[in-house]
Design a protein around this ligand. Sequence first.
Ligand code: ZN
Length: 371
Amino acid sequence: MRKILWWLILVMISSQLAAISIEIKEEGLRYEIEEKEIDGINYVSIRDLSPILRCINKQERHDQRLYLHIYGETFIFLEDSSYYSYKIESYNMHYPLQRIAADYYLPVVFLSEHIPLHFAGDAEYHIGTLQIKKPVDHSVQVIVLDPGHGGKDPGAVGKKLKAQEKDINLAVALKLKQLLENELGVKVLMTRSDDRFVSLGDRTRFANEHKADLFISIHANASKSSSSCGAETYYLATAMTSDARAVEALENQVVELYEGGASARSKYDDLDFILSDLSQTEHLESSNDLASNVQQNLIAGSKTYDRGVKQANFYVLRGAFMPSVLIELGFISNPEEERLLVNDEYQQRLARTIFEGIKRFKYHYDRIRNT
Ligand SMILES: [Zn+2]
């Protein structure tokens, strides 16, 4: 008797957990999305939907809008409204877009009726299953973070606290990794996640092998003058200013110091030159954009002195087949900045501001590449 009762309860629970299936035609793949009942109507969450439809979404909390890009087309929804706009027309779903905590929900009818309407030929709906054409996806999915130096190579060393650059770079990179994974849902790989030596060539090789979409190298700066201060972001090109050349020399010297002297250096200079030149030329504009977004947010969020976006010929960026930047967080040689750079809260703030820059870049970049 008790068994039958349990069985009845189970049947009741499972009948309430309705789900809609999405089938990718070319792959024969089938995904189940759980439906959620809100005000008596079945909804699906954008969080569940986005990875399957490979849609890019931007949530503008301040004007309560949700932008959804599906197959390169833009849908604009308004919180609590059943209307959305698509190709300058407005459409009515009859049930409003809902927001619960951080997630938006669309009524199931959007999948069963509206998607098939807008993408006739590529999408069909039959009893509980939406069949769709395989969505193309060129959006940023894998990011390689590269904490500079490590192991036998401490990088620059602070004058006052004797802080080592390698530790600051790693701490900020690990915090940034958390944010990118949790809030942007991308896969983050690290060229090192502990205190070990990795050659400059191995860092970019790692990014290429893992088909990374972005490569972000994190460093702290040093200068003979203890008053030098501020943050700057670089992308690979011929160094334009003497300041940039100085930083370039500082970051490239690891090859001579720790990778086998002058012969190792000439290997980087000759062998990889043509290849690396080609690999980054294609991404010059994107790298510049990424650097600008990172730098802008870094300065706005940390209130540090703005040294701007610069170009230099860093070995570590050479040969990377993806948009790549190198960030100098601040000057470890400046006692005031050294104190900040080792501070956990300041490191978290730096990570947050870099994250915001990457997020903004990703949104524009994904749209361009998916249209
Ligand atoms: Zn460095």
